[in-house]
Design a protein around this ligand. Structure first.
Ligand code: 5SP
Length: 217
């Protein structure tokens, strides 16, 4: 059964605490927090102050996805704010190894992220040091996009490497996830599903978390 990480990008910001408590009680395991800098991706979202504010109101694992150019500049700040996992894009820095080392040195779980246009080969040298790999299943920057099925083969490739090299990392998918698209990704080896609009745009968000779990039993 897949672990579910609702993305607060699609939550009701005015009632954020209500929405977080709802998905927490509703069976989610992680809370996905998208940091967008207006440079690596066009949009701006929120910063470490949000992570700090959310930390005391939930026991969910805070899964911080940095869509930020040169993320090394902010790793310490997000770690100090309470992030449990910090994800950095390999496309956003010439120093992905150093960025992952910085995350681990802060005692936080390290995640490397790849865009749909980036091959798995780009991150194989750092797989030994990560706790999670995020395979973007849409181009990053916006919620509500369509799942790109061609990304599923990268999940399978990562799962193979994981088995053959005896590595132990979660494989997360993000973008266009629903009860249909999650199935192939799960069968290929995905262990964590981020879902924004599918969960928060629904009349009953908790039923959507359950639907993702039911689809991957
Ligand atoms: O990283 C991102 C967007 O870049 C996401 O986490 C979105 O929040 C996913 O939204 P949906 O596709 O699930 O609506």
């Amino acid at each position: 059964m897949i672990k579910v990480a609702p993305s607060i990008l699609s939550a009701d910001y005015v009632n954020l605490q209500r929405d977080i408590e709802m998905v927490d009680k509703g069976g989610a395991e992680l809370l996905h927090i998208d940091i967008m800098d207006g440079a690596f991706v066009p949009a701006l979202s929120y910063g470490p102050g949000w992570v700090k504010a959310i930390k005391p109101i939930t026991g969910l694992t805070l899964d911080v996805h940095m869509m930020v150019q040169n993320p090394e500049r902010y790793i310490d700040t997000f770690a100090d704010a309470g992030a449990d996992i910090i994800g950095v894009h390999t496309e956003a820095t010439p120093h992905i190894h150093r960025a992952l080392q910085m995350i681990k040195n802060k005692g936080v779980k390290a995640e490397v992220v790849i865009n749909p246009g980036t091959p798995v080969a780009a991150i194989t040298p750092v797989l030994y040091m990560v706790d999670q790999v995020l395979v973007m299943t849409v181009n990053p920057g916006f919620g509500g996009q369509k799942f790109l099925p061609e990304t599923v083969k990268k999940i399978a490739e990562l799962n193979d490497i994981k088995k053959h090299q005896g590595l132990d990392f979660d494989i997360e998918i993000d973008g266009g996830v629903n009860e249909k698209t999650v199935v192939d990704a799960y069968q290929a080896g995905a262990t964590v599903a981020v879902a924004g609009s599918y969960v928060f745009d629904a009349d009953d968000p908790v039923s959507r978390i359950q639907a993702l779990k039911d689809a991957t039993k």
